[in-house]
Design a protein around this ligand. Structure first.
Ligand code: HPA
Length: 243
């Protein structure tokens, strides 16, 4: 069974045939909300809304450890994480789907590891390739099969938020090698690796990053949001159908 983590604009999966919900407690506290079980494209999936049902949790308030632990405890075989991002690279225009291949973590002060505390060993997991190759390939094939405008690679910069970046900050991210910028990719992806859970990110570009795309301000276009959710859903259904 695959797990799907929904981001901004995706507090529920529109076409999920819900079978039941389950409240899960973890040694790390409470997840963002109950887990929702159901069928999507005929396959069993479990879904969690990263920001909670009512989008009440800011990126730095999310209990990433509890969310990933809860999913891992359900025995899921992999995680597809959905998130919105700002586009930095010229081809990362609003409305596009991106499957990043690498990540840079600029967050701070978030609970970002399971390997801490007196009872836990010190473990340094390999993180050369943060995302699972198999899941990335399946996402790329699903995007291609739906004919949606997508990019199969990119470096994701994870900023702390909740404010957006300044134009100078985005230029710095660009110089660092980042192609897209979001606020929730870390520590989520790192925790999945610590749990040895295959994890891949499906990003929807919701706006040009600050100072990019010829605009002076970051704008979230609701039309892009609506068609973006449809594109994300089409891609997920295609991936599951091809299973
Ligand atoms: N910056 C950071 N996070 C984001 C953005 C952005 O421009 N758009 C959507 N999530």
């Amino acid at each position: 069974m695959l797990a799907i983590i929904g981001g901004s604009g995706l507090a529920q999966l529109p076409v999920l045939e819900v079978t039941h919900r389950q409240v899960v407690r973890t040694p790390y506290g409470d997840p963002s909300c109950a887990l929702t079980y159901g069928k999507l494209a005929g396959q069993n999936v479990v879904f969690i809304a990263r920001h909670g049902y009512g989008h009440s949790l800011a990126p730095h308030e999310i209990n990433y450890r509890a969310n990933l632990w809860a999913l891992h405890n359900q025995g899921v075989k992999g995680v597809i994480a959905i998130g919105t991002v700002g586009g930095i690279r010229p081809d990362m225009a609003p409305g596009r789907l991106v499957v990043p291949h690498d990540i840079i973590d600029y967050t701070w002060g978030r609970k970002h590891t399971y390997f801490e505390g007196p009872e836990r060993p010190v473990v340094h997991v390999d993180y050369t390739s943060p995302y699972d190759g198999g899941l990335r390939r399946r996402l790329g094939e699903a995007i291609a099969a739906t004919g949606i405008s997508g990019v199969r690679d990119g470096v994701y910069a994870c900023t702390q938020g909740p404010r957006l970046e300044s134009a100078a900050e985005v230029l710095k991210l660009e110089r660092d090698g980042a192609d897209i910028v979001g606020m929730t990719g870390m520590p989520e992806a790192g925790l999945a690796r610590e749990l040895e859970l295959p994890y891949a990110h499906l990003c929807l570009v919701s706006n040009w990053a600050a100072g990019k795309g010829g605009r002076s301000s970051v704008e979230f276009d609701p039309a892009t949001g609506a068609s973006g959710v449809a594109a994300v859903m089409a891609c997920l259904e295609m991936l599951l159908r091809a299973n």
